[in-house]
Write a protein that binds this ligand. Structure first.
Ligand code: ZN
Ligand code: ZN
Length: 178
């Protein structure tokens, strides 16, 4: 079965990309893949924008094949193209202030101080996303090889309020560029 864009028939399903509910009637994206645990296929449901960042190849394929393109196809394609072919960019799961000083940065291997910004990372395997650690915000250029991650980082940070988002954006902006 091909990947699909369709209106959500109920409001019960959660998006695999962000963990938030997909509202009834809202457009959703279904990625089809072989079920790693049983025979047949399974479908992972996403908000289209969440899939564009985390599963860009599937979204690009669906956009290329869709009989009817979704209304924001151009924006989705732009987001998917930015992350397509870059495994690390697809791991971005937002940002937060470190709740403790226990985690080490996946890039520089140094401790991430409590209260400082860190980027959450996920690993996709066998049809599911698994938390795979953190990065110093300051180490993003090394880890992501200079790619701009502000849009997906903010997108996957729904728990941050307006002030936090403004502060995160400022902290991101004062970074040295490669
Ligand atoms: Zn989502
Ligand atoms: Zn670091």
């Amino acid at each position: 079965m091909p990947h699909v864009f369709e209106p959500a028939p109920t409001g019960r399903a959660k998006c695999r990309g962000c963990g938030q509910a997909i509202a009834k009637g809202e457009l959703r994206f279904g990625e089809r893949m072989p079920n790693p645990f049983a025979e047949g296929e399974m479908t992972l449901w996403f908000h289209p924008r969440c899939a564009a960042y985390k599963r860009p190849e599937a979204v690009l394929q669906a956009l290329a094949e869709a009989a009817e393109r979704p209304p924001d196809a151009a924006a989705l394609e732009l987001a998917a193209r930015a992350n397509s072919g870059h495994r690390r960019l697809q791991r971005i799961d937002g940002a937060e202030r470190a709740a403790s000083s226990q985690a080490k940065c996946r890039s520089c291997k140094q401790k991430i101080e409590k209260g400082t910004w860190r980027v959450r990372l996920l690993f996709f395997e066998e049809g599911r996303f698994t938390p795979s650690g953190f990065l110093h915000l300051d180490c993003r250029n090394d880890y992501f090889e200079g790619h701009d991650i502000l849009a997906p980082m903010l997108h996957f940070s729904p728990a941050l309020n307006e002030d936090d988002r403004a502060e995160l954006t400022r902290a991101y902006g004062v970074q040295r560029q490669p």
